[in-house]
Design a protein around this ligand. Structure first.
Ligand SMILES: Cc1cc2nc3c(=O)[nH]c(=O)nc-3n(C[C@H](O)[C@H](O)[C@H](O)COP(=O)(O)OP(=O)(O)OC[C@H]3O[C@@H](n4cnc5c(N)ncnc54)[C@H](O)[C@@H]3O)c2cc1C
Length: 332
């Protein structure tokens, strides 16, 4: 079949326990731009059980159609039944693009589809677009982050990518929006190799950096573990959270869930303070969409200053304690 015969932009509508993952709405927003270029419809592909009510949200946030497959074996995520269902749907409808959130579920499912559909997959895209030859590309850091590569899937279809969370802003919900629900029957069986015995919500310790409005992040330039306490104090005075670039996680000063970047979390706070962080591409992809970026680094040419709104070329050991004292004074 010719690649021109594949049409439609699909967004995998990841849901768990009847709640859509935030990435779905973010990718639907980007899909509007892709649609404006190609004129192809946007379909959200919704798998699960008793999930039909989610279609309303998907229409509100930009889906033209919802392709719905409900089945007992799809009630909670299980790799093989989900792979089988998505493969059947893609082989039937032949979309030209399928996008997944780069979540743990999306990162598990998408490579399976790459194999079953014998197509290409770009992992962890941070942007999507069309080049001057109208070829769909996915942007991703490559070669250790030294370049931002435009990956294209020239011949195979569908063209697939997982997309990092928080890269795009969801559109304003369209009140009263509706669309076509295409209810499909898929032939899937529960995975005989394992079963879900119990599910429990993740404990909220209250210090997750995703969703924080203010973040104070420390980097390799932090000399002593005890200096982190001053950063933590600054974060707490600003109702924020403490985070780090990778070296501080690698040396065990903070847990991995506090790491920002390509192999850590993506954050989009209102304010982020980068303290003694140089600004590698791998770090930047995790925080570059923050509203206001403030950096302290004693090296004038540090790349972090290129993306900062405010910067201080200074030793953090003089700036941060002074900032803490000033905030305390003003709060007193
Ligand atoms: C596949 C891959 C994935 C990766 N994933 C991630 C990731 O998710 N997150 C991540 O962060 N990194 C990641 N990295 C590592 C990344 O390439 C960088 O090595 C790392 O981001 C550097 O961290 P840094 O800026 O804290 O350290 P450095 O680059 O060493 O920068 C330290 C900075 O501190 C400044 N400094 C030193 N002393 C002071 C002082 N007293 N006062 C003020 N400033 C001072 C220096 O001028 C320097 O700019 C990844 C790498 C690879 C290959």
């Amino acid at each position: 079949m010719a690649k021109e015969d594949y049409r439609g932009i699909w967004v995998f509508a990841e849901q768990q326990n009847g709640k859509l993952n935030d990435t779905v709405l973010e990718i639907l927003a980007k899909a509007q731009e892709l649609k404006a270029h190609t004129g192809e419809d946007i379909s959200a592909v919704l798998l699960g059980k008793d999930v039909r009510p989610l279609a309303e949200t998907l229409f509100a946030y930009g889906a033209d159609k919802v392709i719905l497959a409900e089945h007992d074996a799809l009630a909670s995520y299980s790799a093989r039944p989900y792979e089988a269902a998505m493969t059947q749907l893609a082989e039937k409808h032949k979309p030209s693009i399928i996008l997944y959130g780069a979540t743990s579920l999306g990162r598990d499912l998408a490579p399976r589809l790459m194999v079953s559909l014998k197509t290409g997959l770009t992992a962890d895209a941070i942007d999507l677009g069309f080049d001057q030859d109208d070829v769909f590309y996915q942007t991703t850091p490559a070669y250790g982050g030294s370049i931002l590569a435009h990956i294209v899937i020239l011949e195979a279809r569908p063209q697939m990518a997982t997309v990092r969370p928080m890269m795009f802003e969801p559109i304003q919900p369209r009140a009263g929006a509706s669309g076509e629900i295409v209810a499909e029957t898929v032939s899937v069986e529960p995975d005989a190799d394992y079963e879900v015995l119990e599910t429990a919500p993740k404990q909220d310790t209250g210090d997750a950096i995703e969703g924080a409005q203010v973040i104070v992040a420390g980097g390799r330039g932090i000399k002593e573990e005890t200096d982190l306490e001053t950063l933590r104090e600054l974060a707490s005075l600003l109702d924020g959270k403490l985070a780090a670039s990778r070296p501080l996680v690698d040396n065990g000063w903070l847990n991995h869930d506090k790491q920002i970047g390509q192999s850590g979390a993506t954050v989009k706070p209102r304010y982020i303070f980068n303290i003694a962080i140089s600004g590698s591409v791998q770090y930047q992809v995790g925080m570059q969409n923050a509203d206001c970026i403030i950096s302290v680094n004693h090296t004038k040419g540090a790349p972090i200053f290129d993306i900062s709104h405010y910067g201080a070329v200074a030793d953090y050991r003089s700036v941060i304690p002074a900032l803490v004292e000033e905030i305390k004074r003003r709060k007193a």
